[in-house]
Design a protein around this ligand. Structure first.
Ligand SMILES: [Zn+2]
Length: 177
């Protein structure tokens, strides 16, 4: 950051000068010509308060920028939620084997295989019926798409907050910054 110093005039005004402008001439509003001192002597001058120097490069944030920032945050949050929902989306149950296929397989069972199948069935227990799983999936899918729609709407609101202030930036509106 460049340090600026205040060059006092006899009229009471103070002209901000940078150290690299040492020896240069300045014209005060009163019409008087002022010569900036050497770099060494300039350090003895009153420095420009830090806030005034900063205001040249970084203007304080206006309402528009705050809205855009809020839009960014809202959009990011809902976009992340959409991603989380998508990763946890319900998986449809595997297509159930039809009765004929099962009957065919049972037909071909060797006694040893039938014995094993019986023991596996006893250990695991009977699976939920295919209709139960289909119903559970449908419920999960409805919930998933409801939340997904909500997340997408939230993301759209965030996107709107980000984009609309920029689009509405007209020649008359710039003064409000
Ligand atoms: Zn002056």
């Amino acid at each position: 950051m460049v340090t600026k110093y205040l060059l006092p005039c006899t009229c009471g005004k103070k002209i901000p000068v940078e150290s690299r402008q040492a020896g240069e001439e300045f014209l005060c509003d009163c019409g008087q010509r002022l010569t900036a001192p050497t770099m060494l002597s300039m350090r003895k001058l009153e420095p420009v308060p830090a806030e005034t120097v900063d205001s040249g490069g970084m203007k304080p944030w206006g309402a528009r920028q705050r809205v855009v920032l809020v839009g960014c945050i809202v959009f990011s949050a809902f976009a992340a939620w959409t991603g989380v929902l998508f990763l946890g989306r319900p998986v449809p149950p595997a297509p159930e084997m039809d009765r004929e296929t099962i009957a065919e397989q049972v037909e071909r069972f060797t006694p040893a295989l039938a014995w094993r199948a019986y023991h596996i069935q006893r250990a695991v227990g009977l699976d939920r019926s295919a209709t139960d799983r289909a119903t559970a999936y449908e419920e999960q899918a409805v919930q998933y798409y409801t939340w997904l729609t909500a997340a997408a709407c939230g993301a759209l609101v965030g996107l709107g907050l980000m984009v609309i202030p920029v689009l509405m930036r007209g020649p008359t509106a710039t003064r409000s910054d």
